[in-house]
Structures are given as C-alpha cells and as structure tokens.
Write a protein that binds this ligand. Structure first.
Ligand SMILES: C[S@@+](CC[C@H](N)C(=O)[O-])C[C@H]1O[C@@H](n2cnc3c(N)ncnc32)[C@H](O)[C@@H]1O
Length: 270
C-alpha cells in the first residue's frame, strides 16, 4: 500500500481532529524524514517492517499514549526536547513564560535565573539558548525528570550554564537570583483527567491547585532581586494576586493572557 493510503487509513483509525497530522508525524518518525521528505514520498510503498512499525505506533496512539511520548520528543521554543513519561510534555502556552523572562533579563549583562520545576528543562534550556550570557539554576523534585533535563541540556550544549539541582521548590538554591521563573503543577487534584499519561507529580497542585504556587510565593522572599514569573491556570488570577500582594505588599503583580485569552502568567517585580 502507498504511504498516502496508509496515512488515510491511519487517520481514520485514530479518528480525532488531529488524526491526519498525528499519522503523518508517526510516519515521519518511522521513515526518519522531514515534512518535505514525507510529501515527496507519498506515492511510494514502504517495507513490510516499516509498515508493521508504523501500525504499531498508530495502535499505541489509539490506545491513549501521548504522541510526544511515542516519538520521544516535543518542539518547544523552536527546538526539539526529549520527553519521557517522567516529564510533562511542554505546552505552547509556556512559551509566553520564556518570552517574558527574556524581556526582563535583557537589561542584565549576565542574568542569573532560577527555573523551579524544570521537568524536561524546556524553560531553562530555551532561556540558556536565547540568552548566551545567562546562568540558570533549574530545580525539580523528580530525579527522573532531571535525568531527562540533563540529556536535553547536553544535546544543546548548555550544561556549563544550566545547573540542575534536585529538591523541593527553592530549597536547592545557593542564594538569591535575578529572576525566578516557575511552571509548577497547578491542576486541582480532582480535575486531573483520568486518561492523562503525564506524571501526577507534574500536574497535581493539590485540592485547590494552588498549594505549590502558594508555597513558592511565600518562600521566594529575599530569593529574587528583580522579578518572579509564574505560569498560572485558568481562573487562578484572583487568588494568586492575593497571595502575591500578601507576600509583597505595595508591589503590584501584572497578569498576561495566552493566545486563547486565558490569564496565564503572573509577574511581580520588586
Ligand atoms: C507542570 S510541570 C512543568 C515542567 C516544565 N517546567 C515545563 O514547563 O514543561 C511541573 C514540574 O514541577 C515539578 N515539581 C512538582 N513538585 C515540585 C516541588 N515541590 N519542587 C520542585 N519541583 C516540583 C514536577 O516534577 C514537574 O517536573
């Protein structure tokens, strides 16, 4: 069967809005070609081994595995990050966080930044790539996630500027930094989708979703010289504003929306 026909059948089997795109991504993964390479090969046949491998992946996707875990990577801020079931799959809206930190860090010749809850290292490594003079401490409580972040850091040659440290929130920091950035778990425990294949430790923000962010805000006092930048969940703005005002009276927080119009980013500068 030609590649074009296999893709059509796979898209029908996957049967979701992304069926066509997902089947193309899986086929490219098997054939190790880019998008152009796939389009040029549409009328060709693939070997029985490649066909069996392709349909194996289609079945895994149909069975509920995330596409990024199947192919082992996810694009974020223009580069591909290795992801495994030990890490969150970086989200496009988190690119806003990176944009904001870059904007804030530009006034520093050698910005010193802490990324708390680094997961795959997506934020920390993107910052290191965009800010060649920056030094970054990236922490996570999950040693397995840090192993993935380490591989990503090696892949992009940022190991000398991104220090990975294991521990709870800010506890691994040796001292104050210029900017703290964090995309911590903020989903209410009761709202984690049962079908989610991402690690619970990367999603679960406790009963109200705000346990970790609340602790981060309180504990960040004296640990940043310029700003704290926090990714937040839908509907959390008012509570997070209250937390920030309580910890940093007289310093108004600013909130920014993502492309879907959802308040996604809290920024407080001192
Ligand atoms: C929502 S994920 C974000 C991952 C990554 N920063 C990103 O944006 O793709 C949250 C991360 O926080 C980590 N985490 C959870 N609890 C933590 C804690 N108490 N201290 C430090 N990291 C924590 C999780 O292991 C996970 O990697």
């Amino acid at each position: 069967m030609k590649i074009r026909e296999q893709l059509r059948e796979a898209a029908q089997l996957i049967n979701s809005d992304e069926g066509q795109l997902a089947s193309e991504v899986l086929m490219r993964h098997i054939l190790r070609v880019d998008r152009t390479g796939l389009y040029l090969a549409m009328e060709e046949e693939i070997s029985p081994e490649q066909e069996a491998a392709f349909w194996g992946l289609v079945k895994r996707l149909k069975g509920g595995e995330a596409l990024a875990y199947i192919i082992g990577h996810k694009e974020f801020y223009g580069v591909n990050f290795l992801v495994t079931p030990d890490t969150l799959i970086p989200r496009p809206e988190t690119e806003l966080v990176v944009d904001k930190v870059i904007e804030l860090a530009k006034s520093y010749p050698e910005p010193y930044i802490a990324d708390i809850g680094t997961g795959s290292g997506a934020i920390a490594i993107s910052l290191a790539l965009a800010l060649p003079q920056a030094k970054i401490i990236a922490t996570d409580i999950s040693s397995q996630a840090l192993m993935v972040a380490d591989k990503n850091s090696q892949q992009y040659h940022t190991e000398d500027r991104v220090t990975l440290l294991e521990g709870d929130l800010l506890s691994p920091l040796p001292g104050p930094v210029d900017i703290i950035v964090a995309n911590l778990p903020y989903v209410k425990s009761s709202e984690i989708p049962p079908e989610s294949c991402e690690p619970k430790i990367a999603l679960d923000g406790g009963e109200d979703g705000l346990g970790l962010i609340g602790r981060l805000v309180k504990e960040s006092h004296g640990l940043f010289r310029d700003s704290i930048v926090i990714e937040i969940g839908q509907g959390q703005q008012a509570q997070i504003e209250e937390m920030l005002t309580e910890s940093f009276p007289g310093k108004p927080a600013q909130f920014y929306r993502d492309l879907n119009g959802i308040e996604r980013l809290a920024v407080l500068s001192i």
